[in-house]
Design a binder for this molecule. Sequence first.
Ligand code: PEP
Ligand code: MG
Length: 747
Amino acid sequence: MAQGTETESRKLLGRLREEMASEAAGQERLDRITHLIADSIRAEVCSIYLFRDADTLELCATEGLSPEAVHKTRMRLGEGLVGHVAQSGKVVNTADAPSTKGFRYMPETGEERFSSFLGVPIQRLGEKLGVLVVQSRDARVYSADEVYALEVVAMVLAEMTELGAFVGEGAALSPRHQQSVQFEGGPAQEGSAEGHVWLHEPRVVVTNPIADDPHRERERLNEAVDELRVGVDKMLEISQGGDTEQLQVLEAYRMFANSKGWMRRMEEDIALGLSAEAAVEKEQSQARARMGQVTDPYLRERLADLDDLSNRLLRILTGQGGTNGADLPPDPILVARNIGPGDLLEYGRSLKGIVLEEGSVGSHATIVARALAIPLVVHVGHITTEALNGDHILVDGDQGMVQLRPEDTVVSAFRDKIAMQAKAQERYASIRDTPTVTRDGERINLVMNAGLMADLPSLGNSGAEGVGLFRTELQFLIRNQMPKRSELVTQYQRVMDAAGDMRVVFRTLDIGSDKVLPYMKHVEEPNPALGWRAIRVGLDKRGVMRMQLQALMRAANGRPLTIMFPFVAQAEEYREARWEVKKTIEREKRLGHVLPESIEVGAMLETPSLAFAPQKFFDEVDFVSIGGNDLKQFFFAADRENELVRRRYDTLNVSFLTFIERIVERCNISNTPLSFCGEDAGRPVEALCLAAMGIRTLSMRPASIGPVKSVLLRADLQSLRKIIADARHRGDQSVRSSVMEWLRNQG
Ligand code: PEP
Ligand code: MG
């Protein structure tokens, strides 16, 4: 970089710093800054355009354009050169702006007189804030050094807290982090919570973007990077011989930590007058901007690694962050870009709610949040940049809404809703020990779904009569290496101990589709939900299946044992799996282990094909459990994970209910016990209709048992059957409206 530019830039940054330390605020400060930049860069015009909403930019301050245009001139994202810079996140540098593609003439600004145009994006950690523009009359292309200097200035501007908070025409700028914001995300675990933000990785605030002494800053950066490298090496040392995926990530970390390009760019920024932390953040911002454009998953992962590394470096430099040791606020609501299941388990039930910027309905964190019954909303864009530690926040996991720093009226409406839910809970507690018998005398068995030790206390609290589905894969998913058989024995023993005399249905490993074990070789599949999953993996990898069967038998140690195989599509798969159970019994006997008192072996009916298996299958199988989530997705050919279609078809669709009834009939012919264990079992109206179709065991989340029992106790299934039959005869598509009307008439 040219020496002259370096000094000029340092001078400019010095003046900017003085400005930022001055009393001026809001509009006045922005005006002074544009003046100062134009003056230093010797350009006739300097303007700051900021986002007014996600699609609109507004001229907020200018030196050189017509002052009347301020707060009047607006452009859409992508419109004109300014809009193009904002949209692409890339610099536009041209000597002849009026003839550059995309130029838009704005008469109110008088800008046709200016020929050259240099626009750089103002962004902070991937969040677009606006565009900084300089223009000159003479036709010149700004030099690379000038562009670079302006980027550094934009970075400093992005640090000004008032910048992103611009609201209202001509209004004074107000600090954005005081405003109330509503977000809409994806509901991932139901329930509502009010509390205070706890950032999993607190945002490091750079308070000193500009520094006087570049030598000292370079030293600070080098010391911090050394510390970072030592840290990464230590992590690598600990992980040697362990899980290879984790090693790969650490190797990538080390590669970045030793990257010369990364260091050089940061050192150049320091030479221009940035502090060490501002230089790190500038690099991080650019990496995040790139992340938004890269679609290749591998590259995105690597950029995410770099992002994480930058965070660590910032924490070393500022001494901030690191949640360890800090006190959680009262009623903590965890806010994070993403979180691993292990970290989430560490927080455990201390959290009142979770809000994730990324995440997904089927992610491991979601599985854990569900198990812990913590309201969770995913896909909440920009929450980590908007939220500050301790902010008041409301989470509605039913609707997927999040209110940050809510207004009083919103808070009181929300509290009313929570109070109503609490009242309902009291009502449910009062019927907890009442057996579920409908008004017409049908006994329904309500059992619960579980998957972690954390679920088991619910067995007593919820009134569940057993565990109808224990998803054993959760304990595999939350680890970073394959558990040993002895560990599984201990885990299953603890589950059986906690259940006492109650029956626990252990479902064997159901992996594949959305549940990918981090330590198993990943197989790229075009349609994972239709792919190599569940019992298909089990039968192809017999070693894992045998290990799990052995662990279950040893854990039972003389007690009764119930095993269920997931995703059985044809009778032969069940027979093969059952043969493995038989072989395992023989092996255990030979080895001198105590065998279970009895073993029941069931099959999950999750594909329509099994419903049409020869009757012999229903004679052979000890019990059948309908996995409604999968069965419904294959019945309607609608992906359960795809937001666009997952709610498209009603469970109360006549075809689906008729199909369920058919399965009930087939099981009845063979006297085979049947249960239903998808999410619908926990929805009161759906559960009622399933019971009306003849299902006598419903397995659901513990929190659903109260509401479902409450409606079943008051229901007359005979008359509900008639309502459904009538709707069917009329040719209705769904029975929902008739059932709802019937329920209303019943009060
Ligand atoms: C189901 O498919 O309904 C089921 C219970 O299994 P999972 O949701 O774990 O796939
Ligand atoms: Mg399933």
